[in-house]
Ligand binder design. Structure first.
Ligand SMILES: Nc1ncnc2c1ncn2[C@@H]1O[C@H](COP(=O)(O)OP(=O)(O)OP(=O)(O)O)[C@@H](O)[C@H]1O
Length: 246
């Protein structure tokens, strides 16, 4: 399991440039992972994807999305933070896994299809027997979760809810539950979904302050704003529409 990450302060020459201009990352220090499922939450731009990508870089996963063997050629962005991160594993390093990034999923699906074309025996075997590209965005996401995620592995997911209906988000929770209960795997998930965040016994790390801090489900804005909106929709809309500056 990934137990801890540490920012190698000693190698940073200046904190005046991205990614160290982001408070949560600049003050990262070290961060412990205590649960099989960890969520990153925080405002847009608070550094969640940057950190996820840096972890993925250190795992030697393709930073455009995919696993170790998926070295296809899609703007595999270099990770500005990756070189400054040290990962500690216990009892062993997880070498299998996957980095899933909503925006490059289509290119990844194309790559998988091309690989499977070359190997007819395996054709789409990992993805429910059907090309990922012939499935809808949400269907192909779930297909990937269902068929590719197994065994000892670390999964880094950046906003997996992007393609999923509320019903499918519940299905995703079920898959997460089945995997976390039975397999030796670990998930780190950046999300804005109040449904996904409701997963029991997960650690929720908030990127909103000057430092990354653990928080409770009910204390997240995702929970509070969604709850308030559903309870008092008309009042909330009236307030928002009447506000002078947003
Ligand atoms: N390559 C880059 N160079 C400079 N700034 C960057 C780069 N990549 C991201 N940023 C900036 O760093 C900040 C953090 O971005 P990041 O994508 O990590 O946020 P996030 O918390 O994942 O946001 P969201 O919830 O919107 O996905 C943003 O302000 C973004 O504009």
């Amino acid at each position: 399991m990934l137990k801890r990450i540490r920012l190698k302060e000693e190698n940073i020459l200046s904190k005046s440039q991205y990614p160290f201009t982001i408070p949560a990352l600049s003050n990262l220090g070290s961060l412990d992972f205590k649960s099989k499922v960890t969520f990153f939450v925080g405002e847009n731009g608070s550094g969640k994807s940057t950190l996820l990508e840096a972890i993925s870089y250190q795992c030697q996963f393709n930073t455009a999305g995919g696993g170790r063997n998926n070295s296809y050629d899609v703007h595999s962005s270099q990770s500005d933070l990756g070189e400054y991160l040290q990962l500690s594993w216990s009892p062993t390093k997880l070498t299998n896994g996957f980095f899933l990034r909503a925006e490059s999923f289509y290119q990844f699906a194309t790559h998988i299809d091309q690989l499977d074309e070359l190997d007819l025996k395996k054709k789409y075997g990992s993805y429910g027997g059907k090309s990922l590209l012939e499935q809808s965005h949400g269907e192909s996401f779930l297909s990937l979760f269902l068929h590719r995620f197994k065994g000892e592995a670390i999964y880094l997911l950046d906003e997996p809810e992007a393609a999923l209906s509320p019903q499918r988000q519940l299905s995703f929770l079920r898959i997460l539950h089945d995997l976390a209960e039975t397999e030796d795997c670990q998930f780190i998930i950046a999300t804005h979904s109040p449904i996904l965040l409701g997963y029991p016994n997960a650690t929720i790390l908030s990127f909103d302050g000057d430092q990354i801090e653990e928080t409770e489900y009910e204390n997240t804005e995702h929970y509070q704003i969604t709850k308030y909106f559903l309870q008092y929709r008309e009042k909330m809309l009236k307030d928002i529409f009447e506000e002078e500056d947003m």
